[in-house]
Design a protein around this ligand. Sequence first.
Ligand code: NDP
Length: 286
Amino acid sequence: MSTPLTLIGLGPMGQAMVAKYLEHGHPVTVWNRTASRADDLVARGAVRADTPRDAVAANRLVVLSLTDYQAMYDVLGDAELAGKTVVNLSSDTPDKTLKAAAWLAERGAELVVGGVMVPAPLVGEEAAYVFYSGPKAVFEQHAEVLAVIGRTEYLGEDHALAQLFYQAQLDFFLTTLAATLHSVALVRTAGVTAAQFAPYLKDNAESIWMYLEETITAVDRGEHPGDLANIVMMGATADHVVGASEATGVDAGLPRAVQDMYRRAIEAGHGQESWTALYEVIKPAK
Ligand code: NDP
């Protein structure tokens, strides 16, 4: 079924989404602050609105793909929002999504929050999925058309949930990318290329999934038995990674953050527990 929608924000993500909607035969009205970014999509059949107000007026379903939630206020401040469903796929903090839901509700609109878990070239492809949260009935009304950009993973009524899942995934992603670059920087100080080291790093990265089961059991039970890789031993290793970084002149900020967690876990009396007890110093203090 063809469902008309409005899409505001034509960065790489918004452009990829509009392209998929057009491919699937859904009429799309677009608006972007820098108007020229719509040119190619208009040539392919999208309708250009002159103002965000006109773009919102064109359809009941309004999808936003903007840099952050402040951009939503900048763009929608002037629009007539009563009766609209705003699906905001922009990244920001969970508390900002709650404020946005209240702001839209005051104007008679519903918010569905989304977090897209793939880069632009994969939008609408097999690997694509999107976390959603917000009013279930509203999400379900639009679930079919939202599925065009990726598998829908609805998490619940709490608007903050999708943003929290998204940021948790990005937390893992950004830290892992930085750690990858950091370990490559260490070996390169010895004249080794990234390509020479890569097979070992790949092996290491793949073995991380062995530790996921242990993480799940320990964190969900709140117990950290096991002395094969206890906090004292892992903490000593964290010291050595910092030492290796300092000795080679590689930035030690990332390993120092990890070292600090191990030190605090030892101070808190978790030294003889499994490495999973690090969670006890990471989680919020009660
Ligand atoms: P950008 O974050 O670079 O930009 C998105 C759009 O926001 C642009 O169209 C830009 O307009 C618009 N914008 C920003 N600030 C304002 C403002 N104050 N008023 C009006 N318009 C504004 O693009 P992406 O497409 O990469 O990302 C969109 C969202 O998706 C982001 O929140 C991002 O974190 C998230 N995301 C991105 C992924 C990626 O791989 N790129 C992957 C998954 C999620 P203009 O063109 O005029 O600058």
